[in-house]
Every structure is written in structure tokens, then in C-alpha cells.
Design a protein around this ligand. Structure first.
Ligand code: UDP
Length: 485
């Protein structure tokens, strides 16, 4: 079958979290457009989020399909249907979800044995995938969703541990060995880096790092021109193999694809476009904190008051943030009515890429998830950076300290899926938003951001840096395949 033909068959195993799944499915689609037979493995509920897009690609000639297997919710102690990390609502559920990932191994191993693909591309959380691939004699590439800069910063911290040498949570240290002088404080780094006592999380982090080291190489959603020194640092100083294939969101070319990215947003698609079409170019701020953030009502109120006072036009996606307050009681009375025409609220999953790509968007308030960061850069807009958790405090340094297209809102402390107890005050938010939108500095940031947006688009075109990188990876995999046949 495929092992006897020249056609590569690649298995993709995304982590069941929107920030991992969305880009890895886009990457899988890119591979299929380059003549690869692609199989994406996931659970039924997760599959339903992108099956329409895959079906459309198939109709256009891509050899791409989905294989599903049930997630072992019951065995992992999770409620039925909890198949995505964004559905976990407590630390216990989160830890049980992580446990479920190891129980997932058996059925997937069986798929691999049946199909015997030529390569497995998996999230590092599936650390067992390295051994499974080794057993089959195929390379296992890892995709963890982050860019080169945060990967290098994290590796440096894990190796040199500068955060253990400072006296307080707020004292700054320099991340050793990076091409730029990047400063951080202990309070900005994940708990599991600070506290190394044995736990399910430290065990998982160790397994992830181990999987990264022993993988054939990394697939990275980035492009060379965005972070050239970190691409080189990762490859040369750290001696790892890596291919940059982004920005992957650019594989969604038409509005239908953009609006169905991650979830079907057809409900808001036309509403957003109609509203944006009435606005001047570069005049609207888009605010969204990704798929996982949980804000307190007090924090949401501060954002609302800042937006009202700022005099700026805005689209605000209040996605998961309403988890704690479904009645929207945090909203100041008459807020939506009063700001009609100036502000649009989206209470659900926003068509983020569709919105960012609209010419009326002039700035992005982001939590600095890697995907959002890259989508903002691709759209060529400056940003207000508001990191919360995961690797977002590392990511923030790229737009603010290196690229100089971002204004920090002043978030100081990392927390696991923030329910911020110390809200960022409305004055702080208003100052940052105004700095991003108005004045000489804003103009300079805007023109640097626009230049990066052009480079991003160029990178994925034929002959661009990301396109070339993808082609060179496929050539390498084809050579391996033909020499093993
Ligand atoms: N996203 C979206 N609509 C929303 C919220 C998020 O389309 O309302 C998408 C966003 O475009 C990005 C992904 O979800 O591709 C979130 O990934 P990111 O790395 O930015 O943050 P995370 O959710 O992992 O914290």
C-alpha cells in the first residue's frame, strides 16, 4: 500500500486543546495540499469542530481524513464529553485529563500498527508517541504550538535556573544565553518551573521535555523573518532540527474557512463583517483572551470601564470568560446599549482570523497565546499585551522588547488559568490602549507591524521561507521512505 508507493502518509495527533488543535489541523491541511496522505487522529467531539473544513479540502482534492477514538473519560475520572482541555473547570479535572492522555495510547497504537504511516507528528504531551514511533521505525516530529523564541527562553530557564538565584518574586533576572537581553521576574514564570517537588505536572513537564529531546525534530508555527536569531539559536546553539511552516492561519483563505476555524462561528460572521464594514480603516480594537482564560467579574468590569472611557471603537470577544457569570452581571448597566455603534460584544467563539484580517482593525488586545500573537502579526496590527498563564509571559517579550510592536498592559503575575484576584485597573488598560492607537509611537508601531504582516504573507507563498522549509522536510521524509522500502 502506501509503504510501497512514493506517496507519504503522515499521522497527526493534536493535543485536545484549541490552541494546539487549530494550528496542527491547519498544518495537516498544508501537508495534504503538498501531496501527502494525511490522517488526523482525535476524539469524536473534537473531530466535529473541524470535520466540515476537512470535508471541503477533500472535495478540493486533498487526501486528508480523520480517524476517531473515544477519549477514556470514565477511566480518567472525567465527566462524559470532557474531551478537550478547555472543558476542564478545576485543577483536579485538568490533572485527570492529563492522566487520560496516557490511557489514550492503546487505541492509537493500534491505528498506527494497522496503517503503518511514514511519520507521526504529535503534541509533546503524548510523550509515549516517541516509543510507539520507534517501534514502527518511523520518525516522530513534535509540535507544541509555541514559537522559537519561547522555546529557547524556556530551555534556557530549565537549564540555568536563574529564577532560583533571585531574592524575591519581583526581582528581575536576565534569561541566560539568548541573542537578546530579555528580563523577567519569578512571578512571571509558570509554577512548575519554580517548584520542582514531584507532582503530576512536574512529571508531565519532564516527560514533555524528554519527548522533545528524543524526537526527530520540531514543526514550528512561525516564519524565519519573524525571529531569525531564535531559529538559528534553536538549530545551532541548541543543536535541534526544526522546520518553520507558519503562519499556519494563512491556509484559511476564504471567509468560510476563517469563520469555521476552531468552531463554527457562522452566527457572528456576517454580523462582524457588516459592523466592521461601516468603520474607517485601522480604527477598531479587537479584544480577545484566547480559549482558556477565566476572568473575575471585577476584572471584566475594569475592561468595560476602560473601553467606555477610551473613546475607541472595539470588538470584544468574551469567550470562556463568562464561565463564572453567565448572567453577564459584571456588565455595567446599559453598557452595550450605550456603546452601540462604537462597540460590538461577541459572547461566544469569535471568528478571530476573519476579524483581525479586516482592514478596519487597528489594534489587538491579546493574552499573548502564541497563535493569537502570530495571527495579530500576520494581520499587521500593533498590540496591547496582557499575558496570563502558560508560556504567555515569555511570548509577550517578543512584541514588546524585540519587535517593538506591543504595549504591555502591565500584567505581572503568572497564574494557572487566571481568575485574577488583583485586577488590572481601568486606568492601566486605558493608557495602554491609547498608546497603541494614538500618537507618534502608535504610528511607528503600526508601520513596523504592517511590515511584519507583509513578511508573514510572503513566507507562506511559493518560494517563501516557510514554504521552502515545508518542502525540505517533505523531501527528507520521502528520502527516508524510499531508502527504507
Ligand atoms: N480563537 C478564536 N476565537 C475565539 C478565541 C480563540 O478563533 O473566540 C482562536 C484563535 O484564533 C487562536 C486560538 O483560538 O487560533 C487560541 O490560541 P492561542 O494560542 O492564542 O491561545 P490559547 O487559547 O491556547 O490560550
Amino acid at each position: 500500500m502506501d509503504r510501497k508507493t512514493d506517496k507519504l502518509h503522515i499521522y497527526f495527533l493534536p493535543m485536545m486543546a484549541p490552541g494546539h488543535m487549530i494550528p496542527l489541523v491547519d498544518i495537516a491541511r498544508q501537508f495534504a495540499r503538498h501531496g501527502v496522505k494525511v490522517t488526523v487522529i482525535t476524539t469524536p467531539l473534537n473531530a466535529s469542530k473541524f470535520s466540515k473544513t476537512i470535508q471541503r479540502d477533500r472535495e478540493l482534492g486533498s487526501d486528508i481524513s480523520i480517524r476517531t477514538t473515544e477519549f477514556p473519560c470514565k477511566e480518567a475520572g472525567l465527566p462524559e464529553g470532557c474531551e478537550n482541555i478547555a472543558s476542564t473547570t478545576s485543577t483536579l479535572m485538568y490533572l485527570n485529563f492529563i492522566k487520560g492522555l496516557s490511557l489514550f495510547q492503546k487505541p492509537i497504537e493500534q491505528f498506527l500498527e494497522e496503517d503503518h504511516p511514514d511519520c507521526l507528528i504529535a503534541a509533546p504531551q503524548f510523550s509515549w508517541a516517541v516509543d510507539v514511533a520507534a517501534k514502527l521505525g518511523i520518525p516522530r516530529l513534535f509540535f507544541n504550538g509555541a514559537g522559537f523564541f519561547p522555546l529557547c527562553a524556556l530551555h534556557s530557564l530549565m537549564e540555568h535556573k536563574p529564577h532560583l538565584k533571585v531574592e524575591s518574586e519581583t526581582e528581575e533576572f536576565i534569561i541566560p544565553g539568548l541573542p537578546d537581553t530579555i528580563k523577567m521576574s519569578r512571578q512571571q514564570i509558570p509554577d512548575h518551573l519554580k517548584d520542582e517537588t514531584e507532582s503530576v505536572i512536574t512529571e508531565m513537564v519532564r516527560a514533555i521535555m524528554g519527548a522533545e529531546m528524543t524526537s526527530y525534530g520540531a514543526i514550528v508555527n512561525s516564519f524565519y523573518e519573524l525571529e531569525p536569531n531564535y531559529v538559528k539559536h534553536y538549530r545551532e546553539a541548541e543543536g535541534r532540527k526544526a522546520w518553520h511552516v507558519g503562519p499556519v492561519s494563512l491556509c484559511d483563505k476564504d471567509n468560510e474557512d476563517k469563520a469555521q476555524r476552531g468552531q463554527d462561528t457562522s452566527l457572528y460572521e456576517q454580523q462582524c463583517l457588516d459592523w466592521l464594514n461601516t468603520k474607517e480603516p485601522k480604527s477598531v480594537i479587537y479584544i480577545c483572551f484566547g480559549s482558556m482564560a477565566v476572568f473575575s467579574s471585577a476584572q471584566l468590569l475594569e475592561i468595560a470601564m476602560a473601553l467606555e472611557a477610551s473613546d475607541q471603537k472595539f470588538i470584544w470577544a468574551v469567550t470562556q470568560t463568562t464561565i463564572n457569570d453567565e448572567q453577564n452581571e459584571w456588565m455595567p448597566e446599559g453598557f452595550e446599549e450605550k456603546l452601540k455603534g462604537r462597540g460590538l460584544m461577541i459572547k461566544g467563539w469569535a471568528p478571530q482570523v476573519l476579524i483581525l484580517d479586516h482592514e478596519a482593525i487597528g489594534g489587538f488586545v491579546t493574552h499573548c497565546g502564541w497563535n493569537s500573537l502570530l495571527e495579530g502579526i500576520t494581520a499587521g496590527v500593533p498590540m496591547v499585551t496582557w499575558p496570563l498563564s502558560a508560556e504567555q509571559f515569555f511570548n509577550e517579550k517578543l512584541p514588546t522588547q524585540i519587535l517593538k510592536i506591543g504595549v504591555p498592559v502591565g500584567a505581572q503575575a503568572w497564574s494557572h488559568r487566571t481568575d485574577s484576584t488583583v485586577p488590572i485597573k481601568r486606568e492601566q488598560i486605558q493608557i495602554a490602549v491609547t498608546k497603541m492607537m494614538v500618537g507618534q509611537e502608535a504610528e511607528e508601531m503600526r508601520s513596523r507591524a504592517a511590515a511584519l504582516g507583509k513578511l508573514a504573507k510572503r513566507a507562506v507563498e511559493k518560494g517563501g521561507s516557510s514554504d521552502n522549509s515545508l518542502i525540505s522536510l517533505l523531501e527528507e521524509l520521502r528520502k527516508r521512505k524510499s531508502s527504507s522500502n
